[in-house]
Design a protein around this ligand. Structure first.
Ligand SMILES: Cc1cn([C@@H]2O[C@H](COP(=O)(O)OP(=O)(O)OP(=O)(O)O)[C@@H](O)[C@H]2O)c(=O)[nH]c1=O
Length: 633
């Protein structure tokens, strides 16, 4: 997949989407981009007649939206993002530019203008790279636009008003949403569909590729030490694809090294007092034997080589509670952090710098502080804290993965080698060996579930169901999400007695919380509570075929026709190479396995579930729903 590395280029950067449009957020989230949303305050009031073409208006508006956010973030919070993305979508018909309707009458005018005709949708996009020099914001703007042609069918008055009364047109350029009800008005689309929805993803990725992988302009030449025409500069040794985090820096960077690795062909001549010039030198071995540097610098591979260091830096900083110390805008110098965590100053400083380089901490002359992301996800007592899970990664998974070679050779989980215990004991012993560890593991699972529950609960229309049983539902996060979305649902969480005994401290409080029931039991051995929808979230991938057979036969046996089973798992693509998170999890060699969409479908069908639907949510967990066959099947 060519586009992934391009999006991956932005992983370590603070990316801000300067847009309130939920569609733009969704499009970019769906491809794995991590970003903050800071809607722009720029009013879309540029004088349209001053632009030679409509796309110029859209580009300029997008640019102003992004620059307003970049400036505001820089000035108000003294936090400069690396990249701000702005966009503006307009519809043009004839010479007229249509933006969002101001009221229903306006929507009516727009839609009747579009009825039966072809129109153009332009989205202008601005990618603003920011840097801060002496507290002064420097920006470099890259912009582009995309045009898509859309033809509407003839719209009757009745249809028009029905559509307007649906409320859909009001926050959309041209007064329609092609991705929803508005799709029914459309006869054809020529061009990028997502451009109409609000963000031209394909063109955006191409732009990023241009910015981050500029074509090689020069060949790198072999060095031979004895025939050296000296050169003054390495400027002409353009590496074509520096991994500099900012393409602005890319232009002026001296190209002696890339990611700290000397470029092939670059040698450092020692400064020698008697020599003619202390210059860096390059030589051509033989003009006819000029060797081309490989087209792309292996940045992905270098990133992977360093990946374990980055993970461990995060784990250790979490374990030492660095992010707790720096929470809520607290700024501390390395020496103060070192004192508090009782560590060496030099070691602490290196750790803090590593965290800053990974985008987890902010470093200024005053000291170190948490980034927004660290405040939300790394401080241990935050609602969505991943702290517990990170400690689990450090204390358990890390050890397991140090035995990966043996795991691959033997095809078995290396629990015994890593912990001196057998697989069967892992859950009990590794996760629940002490009250504290039990609490931490449950907190970790609870907080992870909070990140995924909403997308699972809303993946399908579950309104036909009246009772739900979440098997292995732990602290009931998904259960609560379900009763919030469907208040009449009677939801039961069924889990091991050890788990149920500890769920009370995880329950939400408040008058309007619909209760969830908790029942203790073992789903392999005990009778299951009655329900017309059963849920298995993150269960099947850990079970071997025999256990799956016991569990699914049991569920299938008590499901009445029309009842259903909802699975929440990561769904692999059919090649089983994506998403990497699931593929890498497989390396633990648990007795279970990750499955593709087709495999989940076949599995459910094998146990009498039909009409299987799969929803890739864009979140960590996807959802699979199958209905128990009616007797007619
Ligand atoms: C044609 C069409 C447009 N849209 C939405 O129309 C808004 C355009 O307005 P904007 O001014 O570009 O953006 P905004 O919503 O005001 O957000 P902001 O970026 O903050 O200005 C964006 O939302 C788009 O998705 C759809 O959702 N579907 C469609 O078929």
């Amino acid at each position: 997949m060519v586009l992934n590395p391009v999006i991956g280029k932005l992983v370590s950067k603070r990316v801000v989407l300067a847009s309130a449009s939920p569609r733009r957020q969704e499009i970019l989230t769906n491809v794995g981009l991590r970003f903050e949303v800071v809607p722009s305050w720029f009013k879309e009031t540029l004088e349209k007649s001053s632009f030679a073409a409509p796309h110029e208006y859209a580009i300029e508006t997008a640019k102003q939206k992004a620059l307003e956010v970049a400036n505001r973030m820089h000035l108000k919070h003294l936090r400069t993002p690396d990249i701000v993305i702005g966009a503006d979508t307009i519809v043009t018909v004839g010479k007229q530019i249509l933006e969002k309707p101001v009221d229903k009458q306006d929507a009516y005018k727009m839609l009747s203008r579009l009825s039966g005709k072809e129109h153009s949708v332009f989205t202008g996009v601005a990618i603003v790279h920011c840097s801060s020099k002496d507290n002064h914001l420097e920006t470099e703007v890259t912009d582009f636009y995309e045009e898509t042609k859309v033809k509407f069918a003839e719209l009757s008055e009745e249809l028009l008003w029905e559509y307007i009364h649906s409320g859909e047109p009001m926050d959309k350029a041209g007064g329609y949403g092609i991705q929803a009800l508005g799709g029914m008005l459309v006869e054809y689309v020529h061009g990028d569909f997502l451009n109409v929805v609000g963000f031209p993803l394909n063109h955006f990725c191409k732009k990023l590729a241009e910015l981050y992988y500029p074509p090689l302009k020069h060949t790198i030449q072999h060095v031979k030490h004895d025939s050296i025409p000296s050169v003054e500069t390495f400027e002409n040794l353009s590496d074509g694809e520096s991994d500099s985090s900012n393409p602005m820096q890319h232009k002026s960077a001296n190209k002696l090294e890339r990611n700290g690795v000397p470029l092939p062909g670059a040698i450092h001549t020692p400064v020698n007092s008697g020599s003619i010039k202390p210059v860096c030198t390059v030589a051509v071995e033989n003009q006819s034997e000029v060797m081309e540097y490989p087209a792309k610098f292996p940045s992905k591979i270098v990133e992977l080589m360093d990946g374990f260091r980055a993970s461990k830096a995060l784990f250790v900083a979490s374990k030492l509670k660095v992010f707790d110390l720096l929470k809520d805008k607290c700024i501390l110098k390395a020496v103060d952090v070192a004192n508090k965590i009782e560590a060496s100053v030099c070691g602490t400083e290196r750790l803090l710098d590593a965290c800053a380089s990974l985008g987890l901490l902010e470093k200024t002359h005053q000291g170190y502080s948490n980034t927004d992301s660290a405040n939300t996800y790394l401080v241990s007592d935050r609602e969505y804290s991943l702290h517990g899970y990170i400690i689990h990664c450090n204390d358990r998974l890390w050890h397991l993965f140090t035995h990966l070679e043996a795991a691959v050779k033997e095809g078995t989980m290396q629990t015994h080698q890593a912990f001196g215990k057998e697989t069967e004991d892992l859950f009990q012993d590794s996760c629940y060996h002490s009250v504290e560890a039990k609490q931490r593991f449950m907190t970790a699972m609870h907080n992870l579930a909070k990140l995924t529950a909403r997308d699972v609960a809303t993946a399908f229309d579950l309104s036909p169901f009246r009772s739900v049983c979440d098997l292995g539902g732990c602290t009931g996060v998904l259960a609560h999400e379900l009763v919030q979305k469907y208040p009449i649902l009677k939801v039961t969480v069924f889990d091991l007695p050890d788990v149920i005994a500890n769920v009370s401290c995880f329950q939400p409080s408040g008058q309007h919380i619909t209760p969830v029931m908790f029942t203790a039991g073992d789903f392999f051995k005990d009778n299951l509570p009655e329900a017309d929808l059963y849920i298995l979230s993150l269960i099947l991938h850990d079970l071997n075929d025999e256990k799956i057979n016991i569990l699914l036969s049991k569920i299938s046996g008590i499901c009445k026709p029309g009842s259903a089973l909802l699975l929440a798992e990561i769904v692999l693509d059919e090649e089983k190479t994506h998403p990497p998170r699931a593929v890498l999890q497989s390396l633990s060699m648990t007795e279970g396995k990750q499955r593709s969409g087709l495999e989940y479908k076949q599995l459910l069908e094998k146990y009498g579930f039909t009409n299987v639907q799969i929803k890739i949510t864009g979140n960590i967990l996807d959802a699979i729903l199958g209905f128990k066959k009616t007797s007619a099947h």
